[in-house]
Design a protein around this ligand. Structure first.
Ligand code: SF4
Length: 364
């Protein structure tokens, strides 16, 4: 039976953060109900009991704005329409402010078994500058409540290279986070996305420069690994055995089906995307998709994605490209950007920092 991951894009947010360009709209109870009905319709449309679903990921937006009953009904419909693995990893992204102790215990009673909490920083002034609605204390409480509710697989987001951020403040947030009962950290470098409120001179002038960003990133890798969160991807760190199985699909070119406005898929040999339009998603019987790639996961794309993983690229997988890669490797290894054991090549943290240019040089 072929393996599959399902991604549900939940496009609601209580308040838009200044740096974010993910697709989301304001939450209303009625729109959320109509949205959930449309998700259920689409699950029935794509349903295939010959596909074994081993990961489900509710991303957004703020999926934790949905009620536990709504989340449970979506999981039940997936269970009815596909074959779901007993050990499936089922993740929901959550904003700390939406996680009361009561909501957490309700969520634990659905099949959700992994939480990804958008903490970003453990310093209130940084959270305020990012436009986040939670405080550091609220974030800490949410993690402790989740742990108490029985969640044993908790991830937190951490954002680095914030305007004015110094290694000391990053160290403070990383130390606070790693002392909580969590197993995974996603740490992203802040980017000023075009068209967002952060896309302005006032913010850009205060961002760390290239050297400052490199210093922060390398310090974060060192600190997280020292505390048992080992880097397994450019931006992801986990205690042993807690790597995100769903996200690893993206970097291993494995199938996933995305449902919801702005969701992307790599499914049955095609990449496709749904329009960023919740009204259309709700009114269409079946979500309308635009095919973006008719034959995904060729060598270049596969190698680019694999090299984001610490596990790296197996040279034996593409014998026709082996000699070319081996010829280009020595200067990268000499300068500390990549390593190899003769069968596999992988990037170092210094290589991850320059991953776009290093990968381009190696693969194209
Ligand atoms: S960062 Fe998260 S909570 Fe903030 S607007 Fe984007 S999706 Fe919503």
């Amino acid at each position: 039976m072929r393996d599959l991951g399902i991604y549900i894009h939940v496009p609601f947010c209580g308040k838009k953060c200044g740096y974010c360009d993910f697709y989301s709209v304001g939450y209303t109870r009625q729109t959320a109900e109509e949205y959930v009905s449309a998700v259920l319709r689409n699950i029935r449309h794509y349903g295939d009991t010959e596909r074994k679903v081993s990961t489900v990921y509710f991303g957004g937006g703020t999926p934790s704005l949905l009620t536990s009953v709504q989340i449970g009904s979506i999981i039940d419909e997936i269970r009815n329409c596909f074959s779901i693995d007993e050990q499936a990893e089922i993740t929901i992204e959550a904003n700390p402010c939406t996680l009361s102790a009561e909501k957490l215990s309700e969520l634990r009673n659905t099949s959700v078994n992994r939480l990804s909490i958008g903490v970003q920083s453990m310093i209130d002034s940084e959270l305020k500058m990012l436009g986040r609605v939670h405080s550091a204390e609220r974030a800490e409480q949410a993690v402790l409540d989740a742990h108490r509710a029985g969640f044993e697989n908790i991830s937190c987001d951490l954002m680095i290279a914030l305007p004015g951020q110094k290694p000391d403040s990053l160290r403070y947030s990383a130390e606070k986070l790693t002392s909580l009962p969590i197993q995974h950290i996603s740490a992203y470098i802040l980017k000023t996305e075009e068209g967002t409120p952060f896309d302005c001179e006032d913010i850009k002038l205060r961002l760390p420069d290239e050297d400052g960003t490199a210093e922060l990133y390398l310090e974060m890798v060192r600190l997280l690994e020292e505390r048992g969160f080992m880097q397994y991807e450019v931006s992801n760190f986990a205690r042993a055995g807690f790597e995100s199985r769903h996200n690893c699909r993206y970097w291993k070119c494995e199938d996933y089906l995305g449902i919801g406005p702005a969701a992307h898929s790599c499914y049955n040999g095609r990449r496709f995307a749904v329009e960023r339009d919740i009204a259309k998603f709700i009114s269409d019987d079946v979500q309308q998709v635009t095919v973006t790639d008719e034959s995904p996961c060729g060598f270049e794309e596969y190698a680019m994605l694999r090299l984001r993983l610490k596990e790296g690229l197996y040279l034996g997988d593409f014998p026709e490209h082996r000699a070319d890669i081996e010829r280009k490797l020595p200067p990268l290894v000499k300068d500390g950007y990549a390593e190899t054991d003769g069968e596999r090549v992988w990037l170092t943290p210094k290589g991850f920092l320059m991953s776009n240019s290093v990968i381009e040089y190696l693969v194209f």
